[in-house]
Write a protein that binds this ligand. Structure first.
Ligand SMILES: Cc1ncc(COP(=O)(O)O)c(C=O)c1O
Length: 458
């Protein structure tokens, strides 16, 4: 960073070429720290009373959370266990080896790398390892639910690879296999990415596998959203359906820390080495050892509790979809049972459009996100909202509570009940569901702010 950078680059900052920052007035920075703590406490309390339905979010178990503030947070461990560049890594190596063993066991695979620090970083590692700039890579369109990693302004663009888009079947909310076979045969991408951010149904890996073999393309699966469902045996099993490598975030349906992972059954040692060097030094230096240790705990917990958690998460998504459908909401893929994952998509044009509905829901204590849906006329005006059940399941809600959640939607968006009234009912519903389940230490407060010092700075 060039010298002369002063002030904040956020709202009200003076910019890179401004004058030197004024020294703080007495007590000013202590007040800033107190303020930051206060804001985060308010956030925690807000979520404790809310109905969080963001499909990509989840809650960390107490044992995993504890490791985030351990001394691992302060250390570096570049390289692989046993081959580090720094000293002092013996315990880190031991935990990372455990983490790798747990990952390979949970996903029944021979290769794991827990150094990517997020799902996007894991995707970049795969791109670095398996492509060269200019290569063609198969993927889905953003409008069909793909993640921004696949975009020119995202990881694909950064690596300089060119997307080859699969054909989409909006009725079945998945890839149109016959038309995609034709595209693949005609264009012959080197690598094919499967996986979505609006992920309702499994990808047709088995069906496309012969075509991929015919054109010599490798299959790569982005399991960011569905990792916990895959591990719990509730979605598809990409590594047994032809995917060579799987990249993922570890904090969505797998209720782990914010981190990333690579997994695979990679027969070729040379490819293993490329994936490893894609992760480091390709796209990381330090790999956030505190999060890696927390991930080891989350993997162990998922081996113990993950099947039941995944089953209930999917059952809740289907129950919520059915209850919304019964109340006149246009939930996509009704003829297919709405979803096989943790996510449902609701077209809300008649309720005012995705943006307005997501805003009104949030004001009433129901947290969701606007989402582009296939057929939307403009990317600036998403016609839908995406709803996910990982968090509500994690705090113990079941199918009965999903019906209550749908009633809140109905009250707010169809029956003209006031925002305040619905917010009150949302908070009432949440009251009995503020502790963690499906982990060791179950029953711990899910939204607690851990006050280590006991007071604000003087
Ligand atoms: C399909 C998919 N891939 C990758 C990512 C990126 O994950 P992260 O936020 O961990 O970088 C996401 C995030 O939501 C996603 O949906």
């Amino acid at each position: 960073m060039a010298g002369g950078r002063t002030g904040s680059s956020g709202n009200g900052g003076v910019g890179a070429s401004g004058p030197a920052a004024a020294p703080p007035a007495a007590g000013e920075m202590a007040r800033a720290v107190a303020r930051i703590r206060g804001i985060v406490r308010t956030h925690s309390e807000r979520f404790e009373h809310a109905i969080p339905l963001i499909a990509s979010e989840n809650l960390l178990s107490p044992y995993a959370k504890e490791l985030l503030i351990s001394d691992f947070h302060s250390r570096y461990a570049e390289g692989l266990p046993g081959e580090r560049y720094y000293e002092g890594n013996e315990q880190v190596d031991e935990v990372e080896n455990l983490c790798l063993d747990l990952a390979r066991r949970l996903f029944r695979c021979s290769f794991a790398d827990v150094r990517p620090t997020s799902g996007t970083v894991a995707n970049l590692a795969v791109l670095k390892a398996l492509t060269e700039p200019g290569d063609l890579v198969g993927t889905s369109r953003l409008a069909d639910g793909a993640h921004i990693s696949s975009a020119g302004f995202g990881a694909f663009g950064l690596r300089g690879v060119k997307p080859v888009y699969y054909a989409w079947d909006p009725e079945r909310m998945t890839i149109d296999v016959p038309r995609t076979r034709e595209i693949l045969r005609a264009v012959r991408p080197k690598l094919c990415l499967f996986g979505l951010s609006l992920f309702l149904f499994p990808m047709p890996l088995d069906e496309l596998r012969p075509t991929l073999e015919e054109i010599g393309a490798r299959a790569w699966y982005d399991a960011a959203h569905v990792l916990g469902l895959i591990a719990g045996g509730e979605f598809q099993d990409p590594l047994r359906e032809g995917a060579m490598v799987m990249s993922a975030s570890t904090h969505k349906t797998l209720p782990g820390p914010q981190h990333g992972i690579l997994l695979g059954n990679v027969p070729d040692e040379e490819v293993v080495r490329k994936l490893q060097s894609g992760a480091f030094p390709g796209v990381t230096s330090n790999h956030h050892l505190n999060a890696m240790a927390a991930l080891a705990v989350s993997l162990a917990e998922h081996l113990e509790f993950g099947r039941e958690y995944a089953r209930r998460t999917v059952a809740n998504a289907r129950a919520l979809a059915q209850a919304l459908h019964d109340r006149g909401f246009d939930v996509l893929a009704a003829h297919l049972g709405f979803t096989r994952s943790h996510t449902i998509a609701v077209r809300v044009e008649k309720e005012g459009g995705g943006e307005s509905v997501a805003r009104r829901l949030a004001d009433a204590g129901i947290i969701a996100n606007k989402n582009l849906l296939p057929g939307d006329k403009s990317p600036k005006h998403p016609g839908g909202v995406r709803l996910g059940t990982p968090e509500l399941t994690r705090v113990g809600m079941g199918e009965r509570e999903m019906v209550r959640v749908a009633e809140l939607f109905d009250d707010l968006l169809h029956r003209g009940r006031s925002t305040e009234e619905v917010r009150g009912h949302a908070a009432e519903l949440k009251q009995g569901f503020t502790t963690l389940r499906y982990c060791f230490g179950a029953g711990e407060a899910a939204y607690r702010y851990y006050d280590l010092v006991g007071r604000d700075p003087a």
